[in-house]
Design a binder for this molecule. Structure first.
Ligand code: B12
Ligand code: SF4
Length: 497
């Protein structure tokens, strides 16, 4: 029997655990599987241990993204290896694939599924069950005789041909209603993933090393059929598309918009500014009419030179970021712009100056379209081998942890959350400046995605933050952070997106 584990990633809104559910779909009807969702268990280790003590579990298969999920994935796996050494441990997900060396060197991860696991996972289990070689299985990383082997990457799969996700079986483990949280979009929000990869190669992005500029999406009709099923069966009223880049194909998006319009559902997804700026006006209008209220974009920075250095790989410019915010305002679609501050520079002055310029640029965006939701990340390197930026990162002396356990130290957890990146070029005063600006910005423009923050609270926050925002005086905004703490203000990115 295979135990699929989704470690806790969020304290607030558990969502459909698509990563492990898609793996469940790949073996459903072939191998017996059970699922433990760390987001829905107070004490997942006891639940896992109860399953282990039955003696039936042969495989522990765990998905891992960086950050909070590691806090359960690492210690639980270690305990399993120590007490149940016969169990094979298989990791998948972005952290496992991108940081494969540290995972395999730990001695308690046997195999890593490097990218989509839909074919790889059943093939791997079949090979282990039948004592076959694994070297012919694509998308796999493993260690043999102290040497790491990476097998070839598989062509991207046709999502319309993959087995349907076993939602009804998940419902036997966890009442499905608990997996449809109330969000900014609606009362019962579906998390749906409709494509693999992304066609671009931004040098800071964790998707790039896994997908190498490849993208493949499910058909609009296929997405609609799944969403309709969830609406009819579980009364879902809204959709969060978890694709890295949902809007790659204008044709697919518009087709989907036309199909979903009659269902009266609100939806959201992630896109690129330069891609969507090419969309026709009627396409943007159709998207809005169909229920798309807000779209997430990686704006990154207003500086064209830096955009080039980040290898945005497209045509995005600072001017376009501003004009597009204005364009979306006319269509009543809220742009959710994320910015990456603190990228490496040749000198300390240059890094600091870029932060100041980015802050000024964010204020320009807000002036053009005040409804724009701003998300600020500090730059956290990902191992995008071959990119100039990653080379600069390594030259600066930056190193990832060498032991798996080190990833759960508080400092590296903050790195994962892109809050305090431990990057040598970013000095403490710069981090303070970014954080203080963010506090003032969130005070003057409280996020609409925090649905618990009432209108009067928003007015109070805005009023007390006003003089700081207008005079660009951000130092020690204690009065604002005090209120945000008391009212448990949730920034858009901690809420999830
Ligand atoms: C949903 C999600 C979340 C949810 C998790 C909810 C939940 N139920 O667990 C929330 C919102 C909590 C979250 C948080 C974070 N996330 Co997140 N998240 C995602 C997102 C959008 C979708 C994941 C998903 O469900 N994918 C759908 C499945 C089907 O695809 P998949 O995971 O790739 O799975 C396939 C393969 O990878 C593989 N596979 C995956 N797992 C496993 C396991 C096994 C055993 C096997 C065999 C195979 C396998 O097979 C699957 C099927 O083919 C991804 C981006 C993405 N598009 O995947 C980011 C992503 C994983 N998150 C990321 C990050 C960094 C975070 C944060 C840590 C930081 C942040 N600020 O965003 C935060 C933590 C914040 C906090 N306070 O906790 C990054 C990881 C980047 C990196 N450096 O590795 C991603 C890639 C987004 C991005 N492009 O930057 N996240
Ligand atoms: S467009 Fe987005 S998902 Fe695609 S490579 Fe760039 S940052 Fe990553």
């Amino acid at each position: 029997m295979i135990l699929l584990f989704n470690p806790r990633a969020t304290n607030h809104n558990p969502r459909i655990p698509n990563s492990v559910l898609q793996i469940a779909a790949s073996i459903d009807g072939i191998y017996e599987w059970i699922i433990v969702d760390g987001n829905l268990e107070k004490d997942p280790w006891t639940v896992i241990e109860n399953y282990l003590s039955t003696g039936k579990i042969k495989y522990f298969a765990c998905t891992v993204m960086p950050g909070p999920q590691l806090k359960q994935a690492i210690p639980f796996t270690k305990k399993i290896r120590a007490s149940y050494s016969h169990i094979k441990i298989i990791f998948g997900g972005y952290f496992a694939s991108n940081q494969y060396k540290v995972n395999l060197d730990s001695g308690y991860v046997d195999y890593i599924v490097n990218g989509p696991g839909d074919n790889t996972f059943p093939q791997l289990i079949n090979a282990i069950e039948n004592n076959l070689q694994v070297d012919g299985i694509k998308n796999l990383i493993y260690k043999k005789d102290e040497q790491i082997f990476k097998t070839a990457k598989e062509e991207l799969l046709d999502l319309d041909k993959l087995p349907a996700l076993p939602y009804h079986k998940l419902n036997n483990f966890y009442p499905f209603q608990k997996l449809l949280p109330k969000t900014y979009l609606g009362k019962k929000t579906i998390a749906y993933h409709s494509s693999f990869g992304c066609p671009f190669t931004c040098s800071f992005c964790a998707v790039v090393p896994i997908y190498n500029a490849r993208w493949k999406g499910k058909s609009a009709q296929g997405i609609y059929n799944d969403v309709k099923l969830l609406k009819d069966t579980y009364q879902a009223d809204s959709i969060e598309f978890h694709d890295n880049n949902f809007f790659v194909s204008e044709k697919r998006t518009v087709e989907f918009a036309k199909l979903i319009e009659k269902e009266n559902m609100v939806w959201w997804g992630e896109a690129r500014i330069d891609t969507m700026d090419k969309y026709k006006d009627e396409s943007l209008a159709a998207i809005r009419k169909s229920g798309c209220k807000m779209i997430f974009f990686g704006a990154e920075t207003g500086n064209d030179e830096v955009l080039k250095k980040m290898d945005k790989g497209g045509t995005q410019t600072g001017k376009q970021i501003l004009e597009f915010a204005e364009r979306l305002r006319k269509f009543d679609i809220i742009p959710e712009y994320s910015f990456v501050l603190g990228i490496p520079g040749d000198t300390e002055e240059q890094v600091n100056k870029q932060i100041d310029e980015d802050i000024a640029f964010i204020k320009k965006v807000k002036a053009i379209n005040p409804k724009t939701e701003i998300i600020i990340y500090t730059y956290s390197p990902v191992p995008t081998e071959g990119s100039d930026m990653y080379k600069q990162v390594l030259d600066s002396g930056f190193k990832f942890p060498e032991r798996l356990e080190d990833w759960i130290s508080p400092a590296w957890e903050n790195f994962d959350l892109r809050k305090n990146p431990l990057t040598p070029w970013l000095k403490p005063y710069m981090i303070d400046k970014i954080k203080q600006f963010e506090t003032v910005l969130n005070g003057y423009y409280p996020s609409n995605s925090d649905i618990r923050l009432t209108a009067p609270k928003k007015i109070i926050l805005k009023t007390i933050s006003s003089w700081r925002y207008k005079s660009s005086f951000y130092s020690f905004p204690k009065e604002i952070s005090f209120l945000q703490r008391v009212w448990k203000y949730r920034q858009p990115e901690t809420e999830g997106f």
